[in-house]
Design a protein around this ligand. Structure first.
Ligand SMILES: [Zn+2]
Length: 412
């Protein structure tokens, strides 16, 4: 997230898997804590040695190394050799013996690639390369052990290699690794990246549908026709696109839902829209609704797979009508749709893994405190601000508990 132009960081939040979904989704329910702020440096003041390519690559490599070194330290208590049992008081009055493990890491695609340590325009789950992204079947999984062996082998063969030379040597292996760090932060956690990296509904489905379908609609219907069709739609919910959508670059969560509800009425009856276009768009919308189900049965998962097959069976129509460039369905987010079904098996419904709530936490836990302070040594000030607000919230909760108890006693 960005505070101002030159002040950026990765904000990492933590929560517990046994808190119910309804509570997780309320950003004011205190179900999430700001765990760490990982700095992002551009090394703008540093001149690096080597060729021009090396000089351009090194800031990016060091940025990735910084992220993994910071997160390795943060995740240390979760490592298999560091795990401990804690006696935790339970709401039912009993004490329970608990051990913390990493179950899921929710992030957008760019961050997923950084965590897994694979190249851009590839899949962080199954290591599909850019050329393989058009495959609509899972190509295997990204085995952490395989990555660790490859990195250690290069380190042993080239012990004195610079960060840039190390990256070049790993790239020569052709495994699709970004090769920017020697020790991934998830090493020793006892869980594979393909298990803990979960697909995110907000970026993986809603933003994908917005980006692609709005682009296809623009090219199929024409900008003016598309906008006028959105403008004349009756209000389905509180959100209406009264000025069309062509000038919108980003939309809110509610607008994503309103957009998806309006797509079929928008395309209905247009000369360039045939059954294939309708089926392709409908299947993506079906998938978007299915992944939001509060619970999913095997038959629902089968429907998700069917929706994807229908889309892939009809997608060529967008190339035929000129909406999509030929042979250009190598879209990482389109490929990632297949992994939603895998995530249901390993971690429950995709609704558990959305960054929608986390996006609003950025405002409460980072941007608002930053704006409220004098921005001098802002890291420490933000932590003090959050501590103070946590104490006030606890005090408020205790006071309302006391009031409830008092009124309960006086009622008898
Ligand atoms: Zn994949």
């Amino acid at each position: 997230m960005t505070f101002t132009r030159d002040k950026k960081m990765h904000a990492v939040y933590i929560s517990l898997g046994n808190i119910s979904k309804g509570v997780h989704h309320k950003h004011n329910a205190h179900a999430w804590l700001l765990l760490v702020k990982v700095p992002i440096s551009k090394f703008s003041q540093t001149t690096f040695p080597g060729s021009k390519t090396a000089q351009e690559s090194i800031p990016g490599i060091l940025g990735q190394q910084l992220f993994h070194k910071c997160m390795k330290r943060v995740l240390e208590p979760l490592r298999v050799d560091q795990r401990r049992y804690y006696i935790v008081p339970s709401p039912d009055g009993l004490s329970r013996c608990c051990m913390a493990i990493l179950m899921a890491w929710i992030a957008n695609l760019k961050e997923q690639l950084l965590i897994a340590g694979v190249q851009s325009f590839s899949c962080p789950v199954c290591l599909a390369t850019y050329e393989q992204l058009e495959e609509h079947e899972c190509l295997g999984v990204c085995r952490g052990e395989m990555i660790l062996i490859a990195l250690k082998e290069v380190h042993c063969n080239f012990p004195s290699a610079s960060v840039y030379e190390f990256q070049q040597e790993v790239k020569k292996l052709g495994l699709g690794l970004s090769s920017s760090f020697e020790e991934p932060c998830w090493e020793g956690l006892g869980i594979e990246p393909y298990v803990f990296i979960k697909q995110d509904i907000l970026h993986g489905i809603h933003k994908f549908i917005w980006d692609r379908l709005s682009e296809w609609l623009k090219k199929m219907l024409g900008v003016q026709e598309m906008d006028s069709r959105f403008i004349v739609q009756p209000p389905i919910s509180t959100n209406r696109f009264t000025r069309g959508i062509s000038k919108l670059s980003q939309i809110t969560g509610q607008e994503h839902h309103a957009f998806q509800k309006a797509i079929l009425p928008i395309i209905a009856g247009h000369d360039r829209v045939d059954n294939k276009v309708t089926n392709a768009m409908l299947s993506l919308l079906d998938l978007a609704y299915l992944v939001q189900y509060p619970s999913l049965s095997e038959s629902d998962m089968h429907k998700m797979e069917e929706a994807l097959s229908t889309f892939h069976g009809n997608k060529a129509v967008f190339v035929d009508n000129g909406s999509q460039e030929p042979s250009h369905f190598r879209i990482p987010k389109l490929h990632g749709l297949h992994h939603f079904v895998d995530d249901v098996v390993s971690g429950g419904t995709p609704g558990n893994f959305s960054t929608k709530t986390l996006e609003s936490l950025h405002i409460d836990m980072c941007k608002d405190p930053y704006c409220a302070l004098n921005r001098h040594e802002y890291d420490e000030q933000i932590l003090n601000y959050l501590d103070m607000h946590d104490h006030l919230a606890m005090c408020q909760a205790y006071e309302s508990y006391r009031q409830r108890k008092k009124s309960h006693v006086s009622a008898f």
